[in-house]
Design a protein around this ligand. Structure first.
Ligand code: FAD
Length: 284
């Protein structure tokens, strides 16, 4: 497999929250920018990160790494005025792409209390109203369905709303069942949605952390993967080798099946992404 220029290969970072975190991110950026990803996205809010943290990281990527940065922007716990200012600030920084999300509802809050814009489709509409076609807008997609969706069908219709509001492309929640992705693509095509839907890829390096994330976001770890990871216990090297093998094969299946690219959740670590990237021969 070689890198096909029509496909988009990108990655995600999160803003650091400690001195050690800053060092890890700097080391990851130094290595991963050499892969020349199409862009690096930067999370917002997840795990308590602040707007400042996202801004700082975005600015460093643009100024120092020479690649496009795409901040995640969420409409939860904020208002139109703040969002409008954010859109202008990002434009001034040279940002051209955004990942537009609702964001996770802080625990203990009801739906009515926390926002003027309630769902990501309303945020996409707002960004288009304020800035026209200036930004390329990515939205989230859920091949295994969002945990709060009332049904699979409702979730698909909600995804359709985001596309109709003006999303240019989508990045999926991570998954390890390629069939779930291909079925989701078929459903989107049958609804007339033809934007690129890029699989989100989560390398496997730490079983306990992965199990915790997956429970929270509704991603399924197939039983055979779970059982094997459990059996390795504290043998990190075996987990690493197995994880790289499983995720490389997943990526191969997705690309062979026509996926329009891959978006790697780097978790601010370079080694797993770089190894999978090289296994797939994605370097120019
Ligand atoms: P929406 O598309 O608004 O959907 C949320 C839920 O509401 C779904 O169940 C949907 O079916 C339902 N829904 C949507 N519209 C309607 C409607 N009109 N009426 C009724 N129900 C509706 N979280 C962070 O906090 N920070 C991040 O940086 C971050 N980055 C992410 C990046 C990616 C690629 C992905 C896949 C997720 C990310 N998340 C992040 C997690 C995300 O914020 C959560 O999954 C959140 O709960 C939903 O966000 P959304 O944009 O998908 O919401």
């Amino acid at each position: 497999m070689t890198r096909d220029e029509k496909r988009t290969f990108s990655l995600e970072y999160f803003p650091p929250r400690s001195k050690q975190g800053e060092l890890s991110l700097a080391a990851a950026r130094q290595e991963l920018s050499k892969l020349k990803p199409a862009f690096a996205s930067v999370t917002f809010g997840a795990g308590g990160s602040t707007q400042d943290g996202t801004n700082q990281t975005v600015k460093s990527i643009i100024d120092e790494d020479g690649i496009d940065a795409a901040p995640h922007i969420s409409c939860i716990s904020t208002n139109r005025e703040t969002l409008a200012k954010m859109l202008e600030d990002y434009r001034e920084l040279g940002v051209k792409r955004l990942v537009a999300l609702r964001g996770d509802i802080p625990s203990g809050y009801g739906m009515a209390e926390h926002n003027e814009l309630r769902y990501a489709n309303e945020l996409v509409e707002f960004i288009r109203q304020k800035t026209g076609d200036y930004y390329t807008i990515e939205v989230a997609a859920y091949p295994e369905f969002h945990p709060q969706a009332s049904s699979a069908k409702a979730d698909l219709l909600n995804f359709k709303r985001k596309v109709e509001a003006g999303a240019d492309s989508a990045i999926t929640q991570y998954f390890y069942n390629p069939e779930a992705y291909f079925r989701f693509i078929e459903d989107c095509q049958s609804m007339g949605l033809d934007i690129p839907i890029i699989p989100g890829i989560m390398p496997i390096t730490n079983y306990k952390q992965l199990a915790r994330f997956s429970d929270a976001c509704g991603a399924e770890i197939p039983r055979w993967i779970r059982k094997r990871l459990e059996s390795y216990g504290d043998d990190l090297e075996s987990i690493r080798q197995f994880g790289l093998d499983v995720v490389t094969r997943l990526c191969e299946k997705l690309l062979d099946g026509g996926a329009p690219g891959l978006h790697f959740y780097s978790m601010n670590r370079s080694e797993p992404v770089r190894t999978i990237w090289n296994n797939l021969n994605l370097s120019d």
